[in-house]
Design a protein around this ligand. Structure first.
Ligand code: SAM
Ligand code: SF4
Length: 349
């Protein structure tokens, strides 16, 4: 069950000036991920059930409201925003929000605006994304085999994603591919995907599957620890530890043979929480302070209660004051239930 606390704070407690957001463990919150929709044109088997119940449209914040919320976060020290979902590029008029936030990059208020996408709509939007100030994007891709692609995404069209990658590179966008490592699905493909990515000047990051939301299959059957992936790759490639950082949880190596970069995101085998600098906002204005915990704050009520940004700012401060130390994901035969009931598509990873 989600615990969503409402806004608090007496009028006297409301701050009029913006102060940086520091959580109880001394971590500065400088990175906001915004899930602009919980809907998607794919149904990846590890992410969603085939018959998902999505939020009623009336519960969604408008794009103007999302923009206002993002602006308050920027005033409070957020330097990087990632739009995600669901599939961010299926939200109607999403380019309005991209353009508005892109202006904040041009004005120097934000260091980076980026997005995570399944690539299905990239061919259509790549040029406009670049024009709005987006320079780097993450594209999720778990296989290079069109048949297996259909199997894992249920509804996806591999050729559309390839067209999207081409269009994005033509537009000048730097791409990082994200692949979820799945036992008996793509474990033999990781080396090939890495050659493909590096051959085209793209980074590749592999991710462990996380226990979020009910799906049809048992996640234990698909869980593949990245220590195993790394060991397998080391037989064939020279992996050199690198200090490269993107402000995210990935640990990078440089691959001597390809000259490219490979990232590992290991929420299951390593705790990546110590350096967490982020919070996650959903399309209904719910703020999750941790991907792997249920506690959340309702910012929509604060947003709609007053035009005074100080009120919203105070509700955000209260939420940041509750940011937990970390998650405790476990996938094994004794823990078959998801660690959190919501699907990854609610908070966007
Ligand atoms: N639709 C977009 C996409 O697929 O890139 C953005 C949202 S998607 C939820 C963000 C990322 O989360 C994708 O890379 C996806 O593979 C990953 N993901 C989804 N469910 C996951 C899970 N249970 N464990 C690990 N990664 C997951
Ligand atoms: Fe959609 Fe992304 Fe989830 Fe796949 S991983 S179902 S593309 S939200």
């Amino acid at each position: 069950m989600n615990t969503i606390a409402g806004p608090i704070g007496s009028a006297e407690a409301l701050k009029t000036s913006s102060e940086p957001m520091i959580d109880p463990f001394g971590r500065a919150v400088t990175y906001l991920r915004v899930s602009v929709t919980d809907r998607c044109d794919f149904r990846c088997t590890y992410c969603m059930a085939e018959n998902m119940t999505f939020l009623p449209k009336k519960d969604l914040l408008t794009l103007e409201e999302l923009n206002r919320l993002c602006s308050v976060f920027i005033d409070k020290g957020v330097r990087k925003i990632r739009l995600t979902g669901g599939e961010p590029l299926v939200r109607k008029n999403i380019m309005y929000l991209v353009r508005e936030l892109g202006r904040q990059v041009q004005d120097g208020a934000l260091d980076e605006l980026t997005l995570t996408t399944n690539g299905s709509q990239l061919a259509r939007y790549a040029d406009e994304l670049y024009d709005c100030g987006v320079r780097r994007i993450n594209v999720s891709l778990d296989t290079l085999d069109p048949e297996k692609f259909r199997q894992i995404t249920r509804w996806g069209d591999f050729s559309k994603v390839m067209e999207g990658l081409d269009a994005a590179q033509r537009a000048g966008l730097k791409i990082k591919l994200n692949a979820v490592a799945l036992k008996d699905f793509n474990e033999d493909e990781i080396a090939g995907m890495m050659r493909f990515a590096h051959g085209r000047g793209m980074d590749l990051t592999v991710i462990e599957t996380m226990p979020m939301g009910e799906i049809e299959e048992d996640r234990t059957d698909r869980y593949l620890p990245l220590s195993k992936v790394r060991a397998g790759l080391s037989d064939e490639f020279t992996l050199i530890d690198s200090g490269y950082q993107t402000g995210g949880p990935a640990r990078y190596v440089t691959v001597k043979e390809t000259g490219g970069r490979l990232g590992f995101i290991t929420p299951m085998t390593h705790n990546f929480c110590e350096s967490c600098n982020r919070v996650r906002l959903t399309c209904t204005g719910t703020l999750y302070m941790c991907l792997g915990q249920n506690d959340a704050a309702d910012l929509r009520t604060a947003l709609r209660a007053s035009d005074d940004e100080a009120y919203l700012s105070s509700a955000i401060d209260e939420a940041i004051g509750r940011k937990p130390k970390g998650h405790d994901f476990i996938i094994d035969r004794d823990h078959r239930r998801p660690a959190v009931a919501r699907h990854m598509s609610v908070t966007g990873g």
